[in-house]
Design a protein around this ligand. Structure first.
Ligand code: ADP
Ligand code: ADP
Ligand code: MG
Ligand code: MG
Length: 585
């Protein structure tokens, strides 16, 4: 069986274990062979020889940092397309762009999605598992007889022109300088500046410097900059991050409209409802995070999505999750709690030019409340008022309740260890928080070395480990992959049931809000001008109100019950609108 050895360099600390514990416990080394040896300076991280390794499993078990993985690969895998150095991440197979179609890629963080699309985009030259970049002749030969052969021949012959929106838009202001309109004009090869600015709602930010725009604005600028280029393959890596639901729908329609007989589109995305809405075909990526990734053959989106939830790819005989993700057709209606946890009068708050009006409301015990609304409409302001971080101008919050709060924007600026921040929670809530949120491997890391998703999980655990009656989580799904979002949903359910507390969640992932919430608070109004808060409502009433505002209707998939957005103008949409039942007809 093919075997690869992975050393996670970010975790490995060869001095911290008393000096190469992995090498000292290796039975092959004990026979005087060099299976595990110190690597080259300056890092000197161990190197594992996969040919000598017997797969005994001792070193991965003994490494105190969880830095080693010895993986027995599925039989069908032979040579990787790319590896990040010896004992680094290995990628097998690639997604296939198809003209006239939007092709999606779903999979966990760290499974190689960005790597795969960088290769397809020509931004990363694959090394075919060697220590050097391959040349085009080798690459085409590698794919001989496979679907990707034609694609890479076209790349080799200069027939494919790619425009690519990278995942991390927040890094753009570090490398680009100037005003938004200047930057967009510079890339306007298709002479569609005015049209794109209108489509992506960028008129108000054109005169601003690129360093002075919000995350959601930056995302739309990056999408505009990609689409303004003349290309026959457009690639979007996580286009929904920082966008609210209205913007996600808008951007999806827009991305969909790009595909035609001369143009192919590839998208990586974690918002499954948006992915379902936007794509025609789907690749599933599986493997082991940080170790190796495999791209499945393309499926129709509906089939692919259902396979993803099932965790089993039948025609490739590959189980990548040990359980199915299930949705209920009619979630059990929980009775509204009679015990009031907190309540608020009708309130007002003015911040600069923005005015927030809040209708009186009540939160009962043991309830999960989803908060839906556009960006800039006052959600964070409201949450901060409930948390007592800012005062209301008029009216007040019943202050007797104890609140724990996870802010929207996280800061991991100091080098405090995760373990210290979480303190006794690491023991007390090991089963409830630490294990399901995958915090264990992070305990020895300083906060300022965590990735976005790692910091998010630590911040969630920190919030939920406080003693409180009401927990406020502002945009917890940001940077989390779909598996982590679902794991988090389960954590919230457990906390609510076992402690009898309530949780408020502001988020833009509808699948996640739908899966989790008992009740809904809705924000309406005009972003940056005024917001009106009503609720909490029962699910159906709240969702109906929200979907009316956004202008979409939803149904459940007939096989898996997962929520889906109806096609605009479809018979179903018309029927549901006529009945006034925008949510699950
Ligand atoms: P995804 O987009 O699915 O989250 P990526 O393609 O970004 O995954 O990364 C896959 C794996 O490859 C990760 O474990 C990451 O640590 C590793 N990796 C990514 N870029 C590099 C690099 N430049 N050098 C070494 N390892 C990398
Ligand atoms: P959301 O969380 O729904 O995106 P916020 O509550 O963060 O919205 O912001 C609502 C509006 O209030 C935005 O237009 C924002 O620019 C404005 N705002 C927020 N805080 C302040 C402040 N301290 N001073 C002036 N305006 C503010
Ligand atoms: Mg990525
Ligand atoms: Mg906010």
């Amino acid at each position: 069986m093919p075997r690869i050895a992975i050393v996670r360099k970010d975790r490995c600390n060869p001095q911290g274990c008393g000096g190469y514990l992995c090498a000292r416990v290796c039975p092959v080394n004990m026979e005087d062979k060099d299976c595990i040896v110190p690597g080259p300076p300056p890092e000197k991280k161990p190197i594992i020889d996969e040919k000598l390794c017997t797969g005994c499993g001792i070193c991965p078990n003994r490494c105190p940092f969880g830095a080693i993985d010895i993986v027995n690969l599925p039989e069908a895998l032979s040579n990787p397309i790319h590896r990040y150095g010896r004992n680094g991440f290995h990628l097998y197979s690639l997604p296939t762009p198809i003209f006239g179609k939007v092709v999606g890629i779903v999979g966990r963080n760290g499974i190689g999605k960005s790597t795969a699309i960088k290769i397809v985009a020509g931004a990363l030259k694959p090394n075919l598992g060697t220590d050097e970049d391959a040349d085009w002749t080798d690459i085409v030969k590698f794919f001989k007889g496979k679907e990707a052969q034609g694609y890479f021949e076209a790349v080799r012959d200069g027939k494919i022109k790619v425009a690519y929106k990278p995942q991390h838009v927040e890094l753009i202001p570090q490398t680009m300088k100037g005003k938004v309109h200047e930057l967009l004009h510079k890339v306007d090869e298709r002479k569609k500046f005015d049209e794109m600015v209108k489509e992506l709602d960028l008129l108000d930010v054109l005169d601003r410097d690129i360093t002075e725009v919000s995350g959601g604005e930056l995302q739309r600028i990056a999408i505009a900059a990609t689409v303004l280029r003349q290309a026959n393959l457009y690639i979007f890596d996580e286009p929904s991050s920082y966008l609210d639901i209205k913007q996600r729908i808008n951007v999806s329609k827009f991305i969909k409209s790009l595909a035609d007989e001369n143009t192919a589109v590839l998208v990586v995305e974690h918002d499954l409802i948006i992915m379902d809405y936007m794509t025609d075909l789907l690749h599933i990526m599986y493997g082991k995070e940080g170790a190796y990734g495999v791209v499945s053959l393309p499926k129709s989106t509906r089939t692919g999505m259902n396979i993803y939830l099932e965790g089993f790819i039948k025609d490739e005989n590959m189980r990548f999750r040990d359980h199915e993700i299930k949705f209920l057709a009619r979630p059990p209606q929980k009775p509204v709690s009679k015990v009031t946890l907190t309540s608020w009068d009708s309130m007002h708050k003015k911040l600069g030019n923005f005015a927030l009006t809040i209708k009186e409301g009540t939160i009962g015990r043991s309830t999960v409340i989803g908060i839906l609304g556009e960006n800039g409409i006052g959600k964070t302001t409201f949450v901060k008022m409930l948390a007592g971080v800012i005062e209301s101008d008029e009216g007040k919050v019943d202050a007797k309740v104890k609140v724990a709060y996870k802010p929207q924007y996280l800061e991991g600026r100091n080098d405090e260890l995760v373990m210290n921040l979480l303190g006794e929670a690491t023991q007390k809530y090991d089963a409830q928080l630490i294990v399901p949120l995958e915090i264990r491997p992070l305990l020895l890391k300083p906060l300022n070395t965590l990735s976005g998703g790692e910091l998010q999980r630590v911040a969630i655990a920190h919030c939920l480990s406080q003693a409180a009656d009401l927990y406020l989580l502002d945009e917890p799904s940001a940077y989390l992959d779909i598996e982590q979002r679902l794991a988090f949903s389960k954590v919230v359910r457990d906390v609510v049931e076992q402690r009898g507390v309530s949780v408020l969640i502001v988020d833009h992932d509808l699948l996640f809000i739908d899966y989790l919430s008992d009740r809904i608070i809705v924000f309406e109004g005009v972003p940056a001008k005024h917001g009106e808060v009503t609720g909490p409502f029962a699910m159906e009433e709240g969702m109906n109100k929200f979907l009316t505002e956004v202008g979409i209707t939803m149904r459940r998939d007939k096989d898996t019950n997962r929520p889906r957005i109806n096609k605009p103008g479809s018979r179903l949409e018309q029927e549901q609108k006529a009945e006034g039942k925008l949510y699950y007809g």
